[in-house]
Write a protein that binds this ligand. Structure first.
Ligand SMILES: [Zn+2]
Length: 366
């Protein structure tokens, strides 16, 4: 278990050691604070067949099944979006997708999840049928000693759904342990929240973030404010930025060298793999770069966001970027953004853009 949220871990371990684990808990706190992560780790401990010193062994079949999120005594309820009124699927039916998603992204926001799993932009929900199905599933005895139910976003339940669950949540005895997980505890219905033992998670510390993403820079660890979702978005953003910077360098090299074949290949093979949104993001980066270069030419040298590779390249490229051409570059890239946004065939748009860039760059490379 990665050593994050040290105090909360200690508190949970203490409850376990004393045999005082509440039957219904709420892990509440800001987004990206590791609440679900901790719920799964705690479930591992609760379900482990061989725990030592209040730590799951990590070896027994139960620990392995919990790590894979497929355990007969580990149930999940999470928000879903129905395709239409005939769509009867519940979270259990989306579990495979949920597990795939969790393996890629153990820290995620509700948007991250719905963007991954569902097509249209309807609001995610915990449908009433979830409560009916959950009650059926927890009625029987667990396969082994205990059963853990991890319930995400209980604030999305309506009163009807919540009322169905009240009696079960209230049962002080029994094999079921409910862990509700919420970023928005204030939106949970009073009837539910009043029955839960609340555990408040603070944002992660900078060292927690570094422990989870060792490759994160100090900058990322500090500006994400203890939110792992935000840290992951920042990391993805910086990968994308690097890719865009590399693409810019290539495009300029080919323009100097009048290398139309490489341009064509780039448009056909590389760029066509990107989504329209990513293509537009790339072109917006190009405009930013051109503007940064202009700033450098004007003597504003503290431009910091360009990558090191790009700075070296820019210092060579600057003499060729005559100031009067800056608006033309910006126009070429802006026109391409508009065309791609209008669903024109992006290969053609980008190839046309490459040729226009080529014309703007003088033949001789200094
Ligand atoms: Zn174990």
């Amino acid at each position: 278990m990665k050593q994050i949220q040290k105090e909360i871990r200690e508190r949970l371990t203490e409850l376990y050691r004393k045999g005082k684990v509440p039957h219904a808990m709420l892990f509440a706190g800001p987004r990206g604070a590791g609440k679900l992560y901790m719920a799964i780790e705690f479930a591992k401990l609760l379900l482990c067949e061989n725990s030592k010193d209040s730590e799951p062994c990590g070896e027994c079949p139960s620990c392995k099944m919990t790590s894979n999120l497929f355990h007969p005594d580990l149930l999940f309820v999470f928000p879903t979006i129905k395709k239409d009124s005939n769509d009867k699927r519940l979270s259990q039916d989306h579990l495979q997708t949920f597990v795939e998603f969790y393996n890629q992204r153990p820290f995620f926001s509700l948007d991250d999840w719905t963007n991954y799993a569902f097509e249209d932009g309807k609001m995610p929900n915990i449908y009433n049928a979830e409560a009916v199905s959950l009650l059926e599933r927890v009625e029987n005895k667990p396969a082994r000693g205990k059963r853990v139910v991890i319930f995400l976003c209980p604030e999305l339940m309506n009163a009807e759904c919540a009322n169905r669950l009240l009696k079960t949540i209230e049962e002080p005895e029994g094999a079921n342990i409910f862990i509700f997980v919420s970023d928005h505890p204030n939106d949970i219905l009073e009837t539910i929240i009043s029955r839960l033992q609340r555990i408040y998670f603070p944002p992660l510390t900078e060292s927690d973030i570094k422990r989870l993403i060792p490759e994160a820079s100090d900058n990322v660890a500090s500006i994400c404010h203890g939110d792992m979702c935000s840290a992951m978005h920042l990391m993805e953003g910086s990968e994308e930025l690097t890719r865009n910077h590399e693409a810019f360098i290539q495009l300029m090299r080919w323009s100097f060298q009048k290398d139309v074949d490489s341009m064509l290949k780039w448009c056909n093979d590389d760029v066509s793999k990107l989504s329209r949104k990513e293509q537009i993001g790339m072109l917006e980066s190009f405009i930013d770069i051109i503007r940064e270069i202009q700033m450098l030419k004007l003597g504003a040298s503290e431009v910091s966001y360009l990558s090191d590779d790009l700075k070296v390249f820019v210092s060579k490229f600057m003499p060729f970027l005559f100031e009067e051409r800056v608006p033309q570059f910006v126009e070429i890239f802006s026109d391409a953004i508009v065309s791609i946004g209008r669903n024109c065939q992006s290969k053609l748009v980008l190839f046309d853009m490459c040729l226009k860039t080529l014309v703007l760059i003088p033949r001789k490379l200094g």
